[in-house]
Design a protein around this ligand. Structure first.
Ligand SMILES: NC(=O)C1=CN([C@@H]2O[C@H](COP(=O)(O)OP(=O)(O)OC[C@H]3O[C@@H](n4cnc5c(N)ncnc54)[C@H](O)[C@@H]3O)[C@@H](O)[C@H]2O)C=CC1
Ligand SMILES: NCC(=O)COP(=O)(O)O
Length: 321
């Protein structure tokens, strides 16, 4: 098999994305790594964290070579303003999106076999006047994909989300029979295709406390979730639920479940991150390209300090491979 090329978008330049990209490049990889970002900013960050790394402009090749530790190809795109680590700058919001656009286009053209994303600061992109919920939604829009699913995974636990970056008040209306069915189909198909699990066992959480307590604490379980699960059980799917979220992650369920489907971001992700913050990856399911990401944010407090952990980024690269 030819050596794959993995694009790494270096994320918010004031955050730890540049640091962890450079750190990950100090290791061997059975892939060509291409960092997408400002080469001068990356050189300066390497200097600040005292990393002896040689950065060279990326030259596309018909025969990519596996990554050499201490070297990194950079597909250069300029920041608009000088980067001060730890200090967000509105002027660089478009730059951040440009790095994503370059990676998406490279994947679509077959130049890159996957994109791995370092974290972006969602707030500064919005502050710059560009509506932006997250990579997940941006990638769906840019690739013309109607429905995608966010799934975070450690070696022992996978948690997918029925809704992603929504204010809590908008969550119930977003959980419809149609959206739930599409989410479950993507989850099942991608667990098969990307993880080799033919008929995954999916544990679906309820939306309300105690999964609605028989309708006394909300009706979404009775009106939306249960009918959809019944329909798919009739097609031989392995589904549990709707389960009360507070007791769903018990040892027995954990032992018999391939993926938990949470109804919203902060229902599922705190459990996953408690189980393995820094060890997990975030995979966007349902896309026509492969995107894997870190499990953490921009950690502005650690930028250019040399103390950020590259572990989740390294896991993301390994997962993509
Ligand atoms: N994939 C992405 O682009 C993601 C972006 N974010 C964005 O990041 C920004 C900041 O989010 P927060 O909730 O503050 O989370 P955060 O993950 O940036 O920080 C939470 C805590 O974890 C620490 N931390 C994070 N990554 C670390 C690493 N690699 N090594 C060592 N310590 C680390 C930080 O120093 C901080 O104490 C927000 O704008 C958010 O939207 C958050 C999650 C994912
Ligand atoms: N908490 C995970 C997260 O916010 C990741 O978002 P995305 O940028 O990968 O869509």
């Amino acid at each position: 098999m030819p050596t794959p090329t993995i694009a790494i978008t270096t994320g918010e330049p004031a955050g730890i994305g540049p640091d962890i990209t450079l750190m990950a490049a100090m290791r061997e990889w059975n892939a060509q790594l291409v960092a997408i970002g400002d080469i001068d900013m990356l050189r300066e960050r390497a200097r600040l964290i005292d990393l002896p790394i040689n950065l060279t402009p990326y030259q596309p090749s018909a025969n990519p070579r596996p990554h050499t530790p201490g070297h990194l190809s950079v597909l250069h795109t300029s920041t608009s303003a000088t980067v001060i680590p730890g200090t967000l700058n509105l002027a660089n919001a478009h730059y951040v999106l440009k790095t994503l656009d370059i990676a998406i286009e490279g994947c679509q053209m077959g130049r890159f076999q996957a994109m791995v994303t370092a974290p972006v600061q969602k707030s500064i992109i919005n502050d710059a006047g560009i509506p932006f919920s997250g990579h997940t939604e941006y990638l769906a829009e840019k690739t013309g994909t109607e429905h995608v699913v966010m799934m975070l995974a450690t070696d022992k636990l996978r948690v997918a989300l029925a809704t992603t970056h929504l204010p809590l008040k908008d969550v119930p209306a977003a959980i419809t029979t149609e959206s739930l069915e599409r989410t479950l189909h993507i989850l099942r198909a991608d667990l098969h295709q990307k993880f080799g699990i033919t008929s995954p066992s999916i544990a679906v959480l309820g939306l309300n406390p105690h999964a609605g307590e028989g309708g006394h604490l909300g009706l979404e379980e009775i009106e939306v979730i249960t009918p959809m699960l019944e329909k798919l059980r009739g097609q031989d799917w392995h589904l549990a639920g709707p389960l009360p979220a507070d007791t769903a992650f018990n040892p027995d369920m954990l032992a018999h479940t391939d993926v938990f489907l949470a109804m919203y971001h902060d229902q599922g992700l705190p459990v996953l991150k408690y189980a393995g913050f820094g060890e997990a990856v975030n995979i966007t399911l349902g896309l026509p390209l492969l995107r894997v990401s870190v499990d953490h944010g921009t950690a502005l407090d650690l930028a250019a300090k040399g103390t950020a952990s590259p572990h989740s980024l390294e896991r993301a690269i390994s997962h993509a491979l």
